[in-house]
Design a binder for this molecule. Structure first.
Ligand code: HEM
Length: 180
């Protein structure tokens, strides 16, 4: 997983819980990288899961909730760092529809070593969209947060439902989105 994801996570922990908490969870986690992340580096995604697990133990907040909030934060940072992906669309559904065939395609060109999920998306009407997340990694809560962040960015109220269809081999979650 790209270093940008890790450095954004550590920054968010520092912001919300303080520098001591960030140092503390890095120390408690058994990190091959030692916790020194650069945005151009690539690290094992298990390191992120370990950091979040320790943050959850320290704060009493469930892992799932922490990862969702992280996704919302990440969307804001992506909007700052990659404005072109947001300027070329007008609605949240249109944006989400562009992740698989445009946004992540460009990400892969920039970082060939990036490990990306697959999104099978279908805009069914102006009010309804289905987005199927498939990945070898367990980051559907991150996708939830990113979707929620996108709805905030586009100033649209969207109800997000998740249906878990995962198998031991892969994570698969069906997101049903309803624009209110
Ligand atoms: C401009 C917007 C976006 C950019 C620039 C972007 C970029 C990235 C990057 C750099 C990674 C890390 C890849 C790696 O570490 O190897 C990633 C992973 C991921 N992205 Fe995006 N992304 C964007 C929007 C979204 C949105 C809106 C969603 C959800 C619908 C999403 C879902 C994910 C998920 C869940 C992962 C984690 C990897 C996995 O689940 O297998 N992304 N993305």
């Amino acid at each position: 997983m790209k270093g940008i994801v890790f450095s954004e996570f550590i920054e968010l922990v520092e912001d919300k819980f303080g520098f001591e908490m960030a140092d503390d969870i890095i120390e408690k986690s058994n990190l091959p990288s030692g916790g020194a992340y650069t945005s151009v580096g690539t690290y094992d995604h298990h390191e992120l899961l370990e950091l979040v697990t320790h943050l959850s133990q320290e704060t009493g907040i469930p892992v799932e909730d922490l990862v969702k909030v992280f996704g919302e934060h990440l969307l804001v940072r992506f909007a700052e760092g990659y404005p072109m992906f947001f300027e070329s669309v007008t609605t949240c559904f249109e944006f989400l529809d562009s992740i698989e065939n445009k946004v992540h395609v460009e990400v892969k060109k920039l970082y060939p070593e990036a490990e990306l999920p697959t999104f099978d998306s279908q805009i069914e009407s102006e009010q309804k969209m289905t987005l199927i997340y498939t990945s070898k990694r367990p980051f559907s809560a991150l996708a939830y947060g990113l979707i929620k962040g996108a709805s905030t960015y586009f100033n649209e109220q969207i109800e997000i439902e998740m249906e878990d269809k995962s198998t031991p081999e892969q994570t698969k979650v069906i997101f049903s989105l309803v624009k209110l």
